[in-house]
Design a protein around this ligand. Sequence first.
Ligand code: IMP
Length: 421
Amino acid sequence: MAVVVVEGAQWGDEGKGKITDYLASKADIVCRFQGGNNAGHTICFNGKKYALRSLPSGIFNENIVNVIADGVVLNPFMLIDEINEIRNSGFNNFKLLISNRCHLIMPYHLDLDGAYENLLSDKKIGTTKKGIGPCYIDKAARRGIRAGDLLELDFLKEKLNDTLIVKNLELKSLGLKTYDVDELYNKLVEISKVLGKYIADSQYFLNNAIKKGKNILFEGAQGIMLDIDRGTYPYVTSSSPSSNYVPQGAGISPKAIDEVVAICKAYTTRVGEGPFPTELFNDTAELIREKGHEYGTVTHRPRRVGYLDLVILKRNLEMSGATMIALTLFDVLSGIDDLKVCYKYELDGKEIDYIPASLNEYSRCKPIYKNFKSFTIEQDTKSYNDLSKEAKEYISYIEEMTGVKVKILSIGSDREKTLIL
Ligand code: IMP
């Protein structure tokens, strides 16, 4: 297994959870390297479902060290709730390491996330309102509070004071409640009593693990189209979900990465606002939404649904060095009559095969489609050979256009519905 990255190749919600769980069972370490509790994935333990937000996917396995690395933004209040949920399940033997360099999402970040969105009204981004953007803003502005600060309480109060001078001014100007240094400090002291023992230098830990040849799974959240640089800016998240960010977000060498598994949904979805060339507004969209349970894990919003877009996949797989595709929710397309795949865009009368940086241009892009024959995925499908000719043609076209092989195929939510090709 060695060092493997799992990344979402579209707009998130590609079904990373299932593939990650599958790969996590072979890992010594599972590590989150970006994003925060805007991610959500459901994990089954002892027949009960748990919605993980910040905790890595190996949390229910006592042999796996779960790392929340430098590039993550962490809401310590919510993390304690998540940890309590795990403990309440009767499982206490989890192994968790929180980077001392990761930035903490503070209560005022949530207030500001909501306020910024309200100010934008009809131009809002549609964020998860978890304070992700405002926390990354403070990180870049060099006034963030980091997990490591919880271990140096003597300095924390002074840091908090300096930060709140700026934050309270901003909150006040937006008509929001301000924060009292002592009150917030006391809350963080309580947090440090619970989380302190998990906080350490994750970069040091990870590099030593790599030297020892440990199997490490880097678990991306969201998808590359939500990347702050590569996505449909400003309708993006504030981090970089691709494998490209693993070296930075976890503090490891790019040379350490052996495999990059790009998780691609067999069609496309997105939540929140922003352009989406292959979006559908017809009965096919409804059918896919219902069959694929396309409602947000964190926000429960109905997801926007559309055809597979290979312009997106080709760019994202190429730039992130994907070594294999895990094609998910393939069974959802079973029985869909008017099946199409976008392979180019038409922009102002010209055919293009790239994603324009300009949002205006991208909004004008019209998909150019190749039609596919409808296929059915039979319940008893056990291997690639059991698939129909039509289903195989759909998969081959993805491989041909992206230059990357589909090596994992998911045709249902159960674990045994994962075919290794
Ligand atoms: P934020 O990450 O909460 O700031 O939200 C920014 C954009 O990213 C919004 O369009 C969200 O809907 C989207 N987003 C954030 N996390 C996820 C995710 O896990 N899946 C899908 N979309 C997400």
